[in-house]
Design a protein around this ligand. Structure first.
Ligand code: HAM
Length: 421
């Protein structure tokens, strides 16, 4: 194992890529402010039981994808594979439900899943998510769809599709489950091993299988939307009419199910075709039973999460999001000896005044220093030779305009700041 390589499924973020991340984070924070979401930062790890109970024992995530370990105190700890269960835990721990409702929270940070890494799928990845707790208003289901859509649009993304479904509640889903099982049972031996394994425990997940023979079996399967109870049916109708009102485009997909047990009613997924197999750039839904499952009183809630890496990949593929690389305000070229000493003093004075200024630290020739300034794309080059120093001046070159002038050393700040503004 090479210790100069990061663990499989993880990545360093730096350089241009980091600039894109920072730009996206700025967009995220701006949109959350406009929509009234407060940031919540939960720990990277939680008690394992939170996810077992919250996400569901028979889900892929809990069965085979969690980073779980016993800490030195003998507790079972899990690196968070997602953000919803931790938010619910924090909501209960800090009694947020006793304040004004609904509680609207967002988070941005790393998640961990032991999945087979491939393009767009990592073991450490990042999510921007939001959760609204304390209201069953279908308008909030719509808000959690609208917000990512507005974010994608603000970033310039075009080719994405919102798929929408309702998977009912604990009243109507059990009957559908049985109907679905009845339909599948005679064909079970035509289905893949994974579907056969899930059939008893989690038959809805079979609808999600990508294997052709399984899809063929399910082509005429009964649809959950035909089994919704009147309350769920009405809720779903309201979600759709608000989406229409707000002109959010979506595609109904009555076979859309999600890999978490906590969902009730609305589920949705945003896909971007250009990404290949891992094409979901965000997903979410309503989870009216989760707060109770984690130990609180019944509390309706809804939320979504965007995969940051996947969104950036999608943006990159459309070529619509390159962040401007940062540019130093100035680079001081000096001639060694006293000029270097004065240049150093000047550099820190300018930095103290809020200007990003660089100088050479490798004893390079004047020519090489000029090259370095060009490579960094500095706006100004400040040339400090013996003659300039004797006159307490510096030659200030504007690299964009190609102009230059001699400026008194104590007036440099003003000249550069005027230009910066
Ligand atoms: P999720 O569908 O598991 O939902 O993840 C949301 C998004 O995270 C995915 O659409 C995808 O963009 C990204 N993602 C998931 N796994 C990976 C991975 N291994 N590598 C890269 N990106 C990945 C949730 O996590 C729910 N907690 C969403 C939610 C919030 N539902 C209600 N509130």
């Amino acid at each position: 194992m090479a210790i100069t390589t990061s663990p499989r499924g993880t990545a360093d973020v730096f350089g241009e890529n980091l600039q894109n991340w920072l730009k996206l984070e700025r967009q995220i924070r701006a949109i959350c402010r406009t929509y009234g979401y407060q940031e919540l930062r939960t720990p990277m790890f939680e008690h394992t039981e939170l996810f077992q109970r919250g996400i569901g024992e028979t889900t892929d995530i809990v069965e085979k994808e969690m980073y779980t370990f016993t800490d030195r105190g003998g507790r079972s700890i899990t690196l968070r594979p997602e953000g919803t269960a931790p938010v619910v835990r924090a909501y209960l721990e800090h009694k947020m439900g006793q304040g004004p409702l609904p509680v609207k929270l967002f988070y941005l940070g790393p998640m961990f899943r032991y999945e087979r890494p491939q393009a767009g799928r990592y073991r450490q990845f990042h999510q921007f998510g939001l959760e609204v707790l304390g209201s069953a208003d279908p308008l909030l289901d719509v808000e959690t769809i609208l917000l990512p859509v507005e974010l994608y649009k603000a970033c310039g993304l075009k080719g994405f599709v919102v798929e929408l479904n309702s998977i009912g509640c604990s009243v109507c889903r059990p009957r559908y489950r049985e109907e679905l099982k009845e339909y599948i049972r005679p064909h079970l031996n035509e289905m893949c091993r994974s579907c056969q394994g899930r059939f008893e425990r989690n038959p809805l997940r079979l609808l999600d299988c990508k294997i052709e023979s399984c899809r063929a079996v399910l082509a005429d399967a009964p649809l959950i939307t035909d089994y919704l109870c009147p309350e769920c049916s009405q809720h779903f109708a309201q979600v759709r009419s608000y989406l229409d009102l707000l002109q959010v485009e979506y595609k109904l997909n009555p076979k859309l199910v999600r890999g978490f047990d906590y969902y009730t009613r609305t589920v949705f997924e945003v896909t971007f075709a250009g990404l290949g197999a891992q094409n979901a750039i965000g997903a979410g839904g309503r989870y009216d039973g989760l707060v109770e499952e984690v130990g609180g009183s019944p509390t309706p809630a809804v939320g979504f999460a965007v995969g940051v890496e996947r969104l950036l990949l999608a943006l990159e593929s459309e070529g619509s999001f390159a962040a401007e690389p940062p540019r130093p305000a100035g680079f001081i070229v000096q001639f060694g000896g006293e000029t270097k000493v004065r240049a150093a003093q000047l550099m820190y004075e300018l930095r103290r005044a809020g200007l990003h200024v660089e100088m050479d630290h490798l004893d390079r020739s004047v020519r090489a220093q000029m090259k370095a300034a060009n490579r960094m794309n500095a706006r100004w080059v400040l040339i400090l030779g013996e003659e300039e120093l004797a006159a307490q001046q510096v030659k200030l070159k504007n690299m964009d305009l190609g102009t230059e002038e001699l400026v008194d050393l104590d007036a440099v700040i003003q000249c550069m700041q005027v230009e910066e503004e």
